[in-house]
Write a protein of this length. Structure first.
Lengths: 269, 251, 269, 251
């Protein structure tokens, strides 16, 4: 529990071909470095779960790691489309991508059910939308007290959750603050977890708005400064908005994407 | 004073927030309008972002719904499951701001796929995100959509978020607690649902826009209110604050 | 929303005979002063909801305010029985008390469902216990994905939630920290809410572990320094363990309780 | 060195926590034992309190499960719904410590009513609190109960928390994921469930206690292990730390 590892070593040990993995981080603290390490290690047939697939999943999909995407919103926030995701869905390049599509509320509740050891969650959602006709992991349940019919979504329990946090202490307690998204739920729902952190400190002083994931629910921690770039790590660095804008042109074309991937991911290390 | 169609649209949306307590904000035009409203017409307006920031007061317009400034300036930051379950779902939020790639005469929205079929779409859009539940649960929904035959369509290719469904009574039948779209603000004018038929009806033109331009930009036979109003021009103050906001945010 | 009131005024305006009210605070920040004001104002036929009825509910039950108790654990923590609660249940004094009995997990989920605008919550609980035979607000629901049968509890939406917090700002934003229990859920689940606070400050600086209830979900705030005594308010005063121990003798006997009530509650102000 | 029966019981319970990661702690003897274990046998033991304190390290024994020191020394403090839903329910906690007013041969517990019927009990006890779900979900449950014919009864008057139900296979049938009571520690000795019958069986006597005293304090025909062990006496160190802990906490 909460072993300190190198990033490459951690990915090799925890992420296997065919796994269902969740890289979470809601705009903030996106574990991009971990995603790129998964690309470098050539993982295949992954089911990628994430509320908001953004550039990190665009890169993984373009690199051919993914067989299936479980998601709610797949775009480049504030910029536009994810071209690699679109190419996979629209043209099957580099491989066809199955979609399991939910809403944010549904995804959040799927992780929460997973973290709670429940097989499903109940919410008001989806009613009247066409998601009902296309998403098989969607059903209804009747309130035994009022007779009201509500939406039901199955728990999401990834094989591995990967998140990025500001820091950990030497025991492996992980601390994150700012927008903390659904990361606690993802880690608690997953069978294994890898947390990349900006730094390891002797002791975690308490911080306003911080949550702590205790050492005994975290599998491995990899010190990875800048591991959330181009997203941001509150208190460490800002969002690189320019990277997001530039990604639009880089990713629009297969060749330019492949060239970028070779230069900036595969060839690095 | 000159202004663009987008500026009129944004100012009209900001004005629509007068008297509201809270607003669930997505990125893009809704965020610009809500932040403009907080500076001008509704200083106490509570901005709620789906990233979990409640009462955010950003000085710049965030590029993403989870920018650091949102958390730093918020009254409270909660988890993503909490923002949807405790704050959005019970109908605590007055107004939900939404946009879409396609919209039909009953305010149903598509942000999922255009053309082809769902498994093999011509264009894959980002998907639902928070929209279906924002459309369902907010007391009222304001839509901000640039108007064209491509966006204002007879039938949306995919219902991502429900407006009035197939017409009167559908929201109740579906168990959607919010009132649905109360206002559609475009770059040409303003549409409101007819109280009886629920069909979106043009009630106002933006300054300098003529009716023919609006009907030409609508993919169905557009209903027009008997007394068609005109949006008051953006004031110098509104334009100055808006331009300052946009200018500061692009730095 | 979030009007600043006097305690007596706030109770008079918000708590009516026959209401379902929830005074919450898990050991910490128990709104005792508010409970005693309810006694002073002679409220009757209340349904009292609370995860852990302790001395404040013992006093309200002994004073004849309650018709029904919705609860999970009714004791004097670390000391023993609640004698007024027992007298009401065992001998109907001063009035019979109906019980609606749950577990902690069930009560917490009832409030959470109430706060979420859902009619019920799902949990793993109660199975095999005799609560199933006696508690009518308990049922089961079948997972539409796995077929597993789970416990279901109805949402708890009190007419009024009453809590105590460390402080509020002038707009009415309420801040509490330390053990925050189920107070957020209780306030969000209730139709109206009254928050007693140690103090009102110009601005709430951020605090580790603090939660904030924004002004627009709080009905009224009453400045009530010491309003959680003999429980504690972290950062303001400690738990008065002696009061809890002394309560055992005071409450054991009807006459000594009545005398205490006259001297310390009814006659005060 | 002399010691009381309660001290032996507490030390035995503390020793049982060796090798465990986490323990869900109630107030009273369980809290004393868990805090003693953290000082002696299991320094890394994570104490989880139902008030939401995870990894609390109190210097004194809390009088209530929500004392301020628990929050101040904890690795994390979470809400009460979260502690039950995210932490207890999924079976993350190794050991749950429980006590009861009545217990039967299958380790079923009563903390609700004694005598009369449920609506008109002779004695109204505090009720369930967190116990039913602790008994259901912790990987293993350790019971600490003072032994007498009043507490060790043929049939509990009310099943508040399930041990092995009516015997083998019942936990599985009821869908309870934890293994159930693994150890019952009393002031007289230690009982463990028979691997086949699930019936609580006396496996150890505390020093100086004879078997007749235990059977006399049991309201059913007590099963006794063929090789009855004896609890090693509390060491001087164990007693010193325990007494210091109790002494500091009564101040």
């Amino acid at each position: 529990m909460a072993e300190l590892v190198g990033l490459a070593e951690g990915i090799a040990a925890l992420v296997h071909d065919g796994d269902t993995i969740a890289l979470e981080g809601f705009t903030h603290l996106i574990p991009v470095a971990a995603g790129q390490e998964i690309i470098r290690q050539g993982r295949r047939d992954l089911t990628l779960a994430r509320m908001t697939p953004d550039i990190v999943y665009d890169q993984m999909i373009g690199a051919g790691c993914a067989r299936r995407l479980v998601f709610a919103w797949g775009g480049n926030p504030g910029v536009g489309s994810l071209h690699r995701l679109r190419d996979a869905v629209e043209h099957g390049w580099p491989a066809p991508l199955e979609l399991e599509e939910h809403s944010h509320a549904g995804m959040a509740n799927r992780y929460a059910a997973g973290a709670s050891g429940l097989p499903f969650a109940v919410l008001r959602g989806y009613t009247g939308t066409d998601l009902v006709r296309h998403t098989t992991t969607l059903s209804t349940v009747t309130c035994p007290f009022t007779g009201e019919v509500l939406a039901a979504v199955p728990a999401l329990n990834p094989d591995v959750a990967v998140i990025h946090a500001q820091r950990a202490d030497r025991r492996g307690n992980v601390q994150l603050w700012g927008i903390t998204g659904v990361q606690k739920e993802a880690v608690l729902a997953a069978k294994r977890s890898l947390v990349t952190v900006e730094e390891v400190v002797d002791a975690l002083d308490r911080r306003p708005g911080a949550i702590v994931l205790p050492w005994w629910v975290v599998t491995a921690i990899a010190v990875t400064p800048g591991g959330a770039r181009p997203s941001y790590a509150q208190g460490y660095y800002d969002r690189d908005n320019r990277y997001y804008r530039d990604w639009d042109a880089i990713s629009r074309d297969r060749d330019s994407f492949t060239g970028w991937l070779d230069r900036h991911v595969v060839g690095v290390r | 004073m000159t202004f663009t169609a987008e500026e009129v649209m944004t100012v009209a949306a900001a004005r629509a927030l007068v008297g509201r307590t809270s607003c669930f904000v997505g990125i893009g035009l809704p965020s610009t309008a809500a932040n403009l409203a907080r500076r001008l017409h509704a200083p106490d307006l509570v901005l709620v972002y789906e990233s979990g920031a409640i009462g955010a007061k950003p000085a710049r317009l965030p590029l993403s719904i989870g920018d650091g400034e949102l958390a730093e300036t918020a009254d409270a930051v909660v988890s993503v499951p909490e923002i949807f379950n405790y704050w959005l779902q019970p109908g605590r939020i007055d107004v939900g701001f939404l946009s879409a790639a396609q919209l039909d005469r009953f305010g149903n929205l598509n942000t999922t796929v255009v053309g082809g079929d769902y498994r093999h779409p011509q264009t894959r859009l980002p998907g639902a995100g928070g929209a279906p539940e924002i459309a369902a649960a907010c007391r009222e929904v304001i839509l901000i959509v640039r108007q064209s035959r491509r966006t204002f369509v007879e039938r949306v290719d995919f219902v991502t978020s429900v407006g009035f469904g197939a017409g009167p009574g559908d929201r109740e039948r579906l168990g959607l607690h919010g009132r649905g779209p109360g206002l559609v603000i475009t770059d040409l004018g303003v549409l409101e649902p007819d109280p009886t038929s629920c069909e979106l009806t043009l009630t106002r033109l933006h300054p300098g826009v003529d009716l023919a331009a609006v009907t030409a930009a609508t993919g169905w036979r557009l209903a027009v209110a008997p007394e068609l109003g005109v949006t008051p021009e953006p004031t110098a103050d509104e334009l100055a604050v808006l331009r300052d906001l946009v200018e500061r945010s692009s730095r």
